[in-house]
Structure formats: structure tokens, C-alpha cells
Design a protein around this ligand. Structure first.
Ligand code: ITT
Length: 192
């Protein structure tokens, strides 16, 4: 089975993506690849950050790998928190504090529409390709559910009634930004 390194330190992302791949490809974590570094995200765009993660790991290993960067973009806050989603409320990258800040900033706004956007950068046979996945939805008034991670307790995708945190991983993957970008990556690899 073909092995690909996923350049992330986020265990939730790895589990979601392993569920999508269902054994078609073997995903190696950074730890499994013997890489113990903090993945850099220095840029102002998801595209550049995704590329930075993938190229950092490719330089270290020379193997096929991909990195991804995801942001939550809310319409009435001009796309905030966007590329700053992980550190919205500060460097501690605290999910609960980020959600609290988002809900505070949306207080009194009638438009609570938002979307998740994922950009994946794949380096395969020495060349880079990018894939984008979007999930439109809205932000709830209060957090609901225990599953998932990040902003999942306050995000309801279009055509659903549950938040991502109230769904099983398989249900979330039927809607999610990350699953959509990953499906494009799989299609690409099938024909590569
Ligand atoms: P890596 O950079 O190591 O991949 P990360 O946790 O830093 O992991 P991102 O920079 O891509 O990941 O994500 C930014 C933040 O966006 C993340 O910390 C979450 O708060 C949020 N986020 C990303 N994907 C999400 C999802 O599917 N559901 C809810 N929140 C998500």
C-alpha cells in the first residue's frame, strides 16, 4: 500500500482523513516518520501555509506528503477568523476561548453565515498540487456537542440540523471541507 506522510500535529485531522481513505493509502503521522518539529504556519493565506507544511516535510524526507491549512470564514466579520482560526483568542490555541471570542463578536449580528475552507498541498513525485474544499453553514448562538475539535460545537453545515460536534466522524465527513479536499487528492493520486 502506498504510504503518504500527513504533515500535521493535529490528531483529529489524522483520524478524519484515515476514515476517508479507508485503507486505500497508508497515512503516516509525523511521529511515525520520525519527525519531531512544530509545523510552521507563518503566512497570511491558507495556500501558502499549506505549502509550507508540505515542503518542510518533503525537504526532510523526500517522500510523498501533504499538509493542509483550514480556516473558518464568517461573512459578517469580513472573513474572520480565517487564516488566524487557531490563534483567534491568543497564542495558547485554546478551542473554548476561540469559540467564546467568535460568539462575542457575532452578538447582535443577524447574518451568522460562515464557511470552512481547507487547502491541501500535496507533494508527489517532486511536484506540488493544491486542492480546496469548502463547507458552507452557519454559527450557532451557543456551543452544542462533544465530538470533533476546534469550532465544531458552533458550526452547522448547510442542509443539516446538528453541529459538527453532535455528528459522528462519518457524518461530519459527508459534509466537511477537509473531506471534499481529500476526495480531490485521492482522485488525483488515482490518475497520477
Ligand atoms: P496543523 O497545522 O498541525 O495541521 P492546526 O490545529 O494548527 O494543525 P489549522 O491551522 O489548519 O490546524 O487549523 C486552524 C484552526 O481551525 C484549528 O485549530 C481549529 O480551531 C480550526 N479548525 C480546523 N479544521 C476544523 C474543523 O474541521 N472543525 C472545526 N474547527 C476546525
Amino acid at each position: 500500500m502506498q504510504k503518504i506522510i500527513f504533515a500535521t500535529n493535529n490528531q483529529h485531522k489524522i483520524e478524519e482523513i484515515r476514515a476517508i481513505l479507508k485503507g486505500q493509502y497508508e497515512i503516516m503521522t509525523l511521529e511515525e516518520a520520525g519527525i519531531h518539529i512544530e509545523i510552521p504556519e507563518p503566512y497570511d493565506t491558507l495556500e501558502e501555509n499549506a505549502r509550507e507544511k508540505a515542503t518542510t516535510v518533503h525537504k526532510l524526507t523526500g517522500l510523498s506528503c501533504f499538509g493542509e491549512d483550514t480556516g473558518l470564514e464568517t461573512r459578517s466579520l469580513n472573513g474572520e477568523p480565517g487564516v488566524k482560526s487557531a490563534r483567534y483568542a491568543g497564542e495558547e490555541r485554546d478551542f473554548a476561548a476561540n469559540i467564546e471570542k467568535l460568539l462575542r463578536n457575532l452578538e447582535g449580528k443577524t447574518d451568522r453565515s460562515a464557511r470552512f475552507r481547507t487547502v491541501i498541498s500535496l507533494i508527489h513525485n517532486g511536484r506540488e498540487r493544491q486542492f480546496e474544499g469548502l463547507c458552507e453553514g452557519k454559527i450557532t448562538e451557543t456551543p452544542r456537542g462533544e465530538g470533533g475539535f476546534g469550532y465544531d460545537p458552533v458550526f452547522i453545515p448547510q442542509n443539516a440540523t446538528l453541529t459538527f460536534a453532535e455528528m459522528s466522524m462519518e457524518e461530519k465527513n459527508r459534509y466537511s471541507h477537509r473531506a471534499k479536499a481529500m476526495k480531490q487528492l485521492i482522485q488525483f493520486l488515482l490518475h497520477a
